[in-house]
Design a protein around this ligand. Sequence first.
Ligand code: 6CS
Ligand code: FE
Length: 277
Amino acid sequence: MNLTEQQIATYHTEGFLIIPQCLTHNEIELLSKELPMTIDRDSPRIVLEDNGAVRSVFAPHFVNETYLKLSKLKRFVQPSEQLIGNSLYLHQYKINTKKGLKGDWWEWHQDFPYWHYDDGIKEPDLVNVMIYLQDTDSSNGALMLIPKSHQIGIAKFADKTNASTSRAAKYSDHLKKNDYASSLNSDIKFTVDHDLLKSLASQNGIFTASGTRGTVVFFHSNLFHASNVNLTPFDRDAVLITYNSTANLPESVSYPRPDYLSGKDYCPITDLQSSLL
Ligand code: 6CS
Ligand code: FE
């Protein structure tokens, strides 16, 4: 699947691009059937909500062939190469399982600050590919976005610590103890300053990326985004694949995060797949 010039322009202006029905019914059925096989609750790859429900499953491709093939689908890699303008490798891969009545929120944030400060990636030349495995809307925690917000680069952070020092430097301490929770839980460390959020939301509005199962949202690593709790009794599983340019490899950081959070296979993605089946 190749994007048109118009679609590429839309992505660079708005910061996101939605492709409905990007996966077939049978492909989605297979992903849903195999999702439980990616979960080993004793593994550090699994992040839990405070209430014990699974919040995220990192690196499902480490343990499951179908999810490995998903990360190599032509339908994702080729458009992402067009958007980034370079060959790509897999930087991060997770399933954010927002369980029925238990799945918590994601506060307004950008992804790139985590990949810049925690993983040492210099430029925001990464793209997120988000796939809905169920019909998703505002009732069960669809992705909320502020269009064009990626254009300002790394935003001013909300001050959660009323620290006078630079927050990023302060928070790197968390990495010393292999404590990644403040990047992955429902109280994440780098969130957007509320005055800035209000100003951009007033200018550009807040868009809720609703879509039927199989919808794919490509979005920029600096785009402001959030998602609400899941108030329905039904699960809302979203797969997020993050590709990084092979010309933008991480520089060394004091406390490197493990490979399930920050991919270490920097080879360009090959053996592209046409289908999951
Ligand atoms: O730390 C990370 O890599 C993860 N944390 C957030 C809040 N978004 C990006 C990524 O999934
Ligand atoms: Fe995010």
